[in-house]
Design a protein around this ligand. Structure first.
Ligand code: URP
Ligand code: ZN
Ligand code: ZN
Length: 468
């Protein structure tokens, strides 16, 4: 079947251009000047007049049904991928998890079983290495060669859960220097944080706000610095710092990049819009809704301003969501009386494309950087490009028609994520998602979900485009 998207403005990282997009089956067949396309016939025509036509979003950091903090993230692969589609994301890269002593390929297989046959959009996996030991290091090579998994997340936080010490981190980075993997790092000094958190609890400072106050920016910056140093010692392993929230941590990345280190970072919408005081510090236990790590930062410090600047300058390469939703009732409530027991995570997979488009409307980002940070660079970073992340002949027909004239109000009453609250309740963002195609099939159109559980396919990945 041939579909023609007519009359829109195609936005790629090279910038916007008036063009029509011809789709043949699951693939983009051509990006054509409207004059040339006028001669064409197609089985279906999508009118995109007045709209942006962009590559489907690639969310490189989600945790569907992740077991964490004594409970399980509330979106399944089915509900979470459908919600992602509603917001214009057409690929997620989720995390399979290995804990100490577990056999890595068996863990990956477990995650395949969770996702197979239920996803509305395409999906892929990174691997969390919770137990860095001889066997799991060897398994990195196997996953790259045979399973299409080329990125591995390590944690400098969460001692006793996923934490790796510096020796383990160095060993994994040395392995990655040899096999071409990207090391993704949760960069917070978890040992020091646990001391501060225990001291706060002992004082009786148990409200959600103390989650943020016991994870100071200095400990994100220190861990970021240490991760960069270890990657350099390991021989220039590509290092990707996840969910960056603090100016001080960003400064470490900027300095490393200025001296030529192969270091990258992502941030997430929550760090651009939400704050320690207004959300985490909400009265009573309400702030639990926004307990995540790294934490929301103070509005009296320049974190959000610096993160937007980092996105403009490419010191921040990617916007992902770190979508890890928990319901308030029964899940966040586990931490009433002790912030350390609140499951860490915020849901947002549905809203990323729109929240970052709001940055375009506000003059923070160009259209080209919107597309680049939310689709193209994550695809390149994690070995999905040019299949994903660009509107170009030969690429998968993952396409979003975005209407900048519309407006969308984010609310638990209208969102599709499996959460009983919205982290952005009542916030209005510019534009609306009109049509979403996943490999040529309409998933969202005119406010209706036309997708299907099981349409989404596993996407094996190659090595990063950013290897040297
Ligand atoms: O609070 C967070 N970020 N939860 C998800 C797990 C992680 O560290 O990414
Ligand atoms: Zn993390
Ligand atoms: Zn995460």
């Amino acid at each position: 079947m041939r579909t023609l998207i007519r009359g829109g403005t195609v936005v790629n990282p090279s910038g916007p251009q008036p063009a029509d997009v011809l789709i043949d089956g699951e693939t983009i067949a051509g990006v054509l000047s409207p004059e040339v396309a006028a001669e064409l016939t197609a089985d279906e025509v999508i009118d995109a007049a007045g709209c942006y036509v962009i590559p489907g979003g690639v969310d490189a950091h989600t945790h569907m049904q992740m077991p964490f903090g004594g409970t399980t993230a509330s979106d399944t692969f089915e509900t979470g991928t459908a919600a992602a589609a509603w917001g214009g994301t057409t690929t997620i890269i989720d995390f399979a998890i290995q804990t100490p002593g577990e056999v890595v390929p068996e863990c990956l297989e477990r995650w395949h079983q969770k996702a197979a046959g239920v996803c509305a959009i395409d999906y892929s996996f990174h691997m969390i290495l919770g137990g860095v030991e001889d066997e799991s290091l060897k398994a990195m090579d196997y996953l790259i060669e045979h399973e299409g998994v080329s990125s591995f997340k390590l944690f400098m936080a969460y001692p006793g859960v996923y934490y790796s010490d510096d020796g383990q981190i160095l060993r994994a980075m040395q392995q990655a220097a040899g096999n071409g993997a990207v090391i993704m790092m949760h960069a917070e000094n978890g040992i020091a944080i646990d001391v501060l958190a225990a001291q706060a609890a002992a004082r009786g400072d148990t409200a959600p706000l103390y989650h943020g106050l016991t994870r100071p920016a200095a400990l994100e910056a220190e861990a970021t610095h240490r991760a960069i140093a270890l990657a350099e010692v390991a021989g220039g392993t590509p290092l990707y710092i996840v969910h960056m929230s603090a100016s001080e941590a960003l400064a470490e990345v900027s300095a490393a990049r200025s001296r030529g280190a192969n270091v990258f970072a992502e941030t997430c919408p929550q760090y651009l819009y939400l704050t320690l005081e207004d959300q985490l510090g909400a009265p009573g236990f309400e702030g639990a809704k926004w307990v995540c790590s790294t934490p929301l930062r103070s509005k009296h410090e320049p974190h959000a301003r610096d993160l937007w600047r980092g996105l403009r300058t490419d010191d921040l390469a990617v916007v992902s969501t770190d979508h890890c939703p928990f319901c308030f009732k029964d899940q966040k409530e586990m931490g009433r009386g002790d912030f350390r027991k609140i499951p860490n995570g915020i849901g947002g997979v549905e809203h990323r494309m729109q929240l970052i488009y709001q940055g375009v409307a506000d003059g923070q980002l160009s259209l080209a950087r919107w597309v680049e940070t939310c689709a193209t660079t994550p695809a390149r970073m994690f070995g999905l490009y040019p299949r994903k992340g660009v509107i170009a002949p030969g690429s998968d027909a993952d396409v979003v028609v975005y209407d900048p004239a519309g407006a969308t109000t984010l609310s638990v009453a209208t969102h599709h994520m499996n959460m009983d609250y919205s982290g952005y309740e009542g916030r209005e963002v510019a534009g609306s998602v009109r049509t979403v195609l996943s490999r040529g099939s309409r998933v969202i159109d005119g406010g209706r979900f036309l997708g299907r559980a099981g349409h989404g396919k596993y996407q094996p990945r190659g090595l990063s485009s950013y290897l040297r």
